[in-house]
Unconditional design. Structure first.
Length: 162
């Protein structure tokens, strides 16, 4: 049965995911993007991917960057997710007023995340109206091992049932 993009979104929305904020710093200008398309790709080397809309400001920033950060959000970070799900220009030394810090590798990371990764931009692949950015993890840490995750399912935020 042929389907359109609305039906496709509805179907794929049944695939529950976590929520991340993907961050970049280019010449001191910081940017973050709420993204649930982050997926682990490979263990040797350590690769992950994120699919980013070509129309997003984040796309321009990821095309320019050498490294990017991935902050995995907790259940208490809905506001952070909403903040970075709105279009916004990169800002000098600021991530839209959210609390952040530089990771050891020099990428900006969100305070309060469950876990984070710093990645070297390894490859860009064509993906229709998105680009698939592949990063090689250069560092990372689980910072809140007991805290529950923020989930996204059928177009809304959810928590883990148990
Ligand atoms: C839960 C959630 C997940 C999202 N995942 C993605 C994603 O994986 N890729 C993407 O390009 N946009 C994603 N978005 C939409 C972007 O966050 C949104 O378009 C943002 O405004 C882009 O900001 P920018 O133009 O400043 O980069 C997601 C939004 C939400 C709420």
């Amino acid at each position: 049965m042929a389907i359109d993009s609305g039906v496709f979104r509805k179907i794929i929305g049944n695939f529950a995911t976590g929520v991340t904020v993907v961050t970049t710093a280019n010449d001191g200008f910081l940017h973050g993007l709420t993204a649930n398309s982050v997926t682990s790709v490979s263990l040797d080397p350590l690769l992950l991917l994120v699919c980013v809309d070509k129309k997003a400001h984040a796309h321009t920033e990821l095309e320019r960057c050498s490294h990017f950060g991935v902050s995995i959000l907790g259940a208490d970070q809905v506001e952070v997710s909403n903040l970075f799900a709105r279009p916004g220009e990169p800002e000098q030394g600021s991530l839209r007023g959210a609390a952040w810090h530089y990771g050891p590798g020099g990428t900006p990371l969100l305070d309060g995340a469950l876990a984070w990764l710093e990645c070297r931009l390894a490859e860009r692949l064509a993906g229709g109206d998105h680009t698939i950015f592949i990063g090689e993890a250069t560092g990372g840490e689980v910072t809140r091992p007991q805290a529950p995750p923020l989930l996204y399912f059928r177009g809304g935020y959810r928590g883990v049932a148990s």
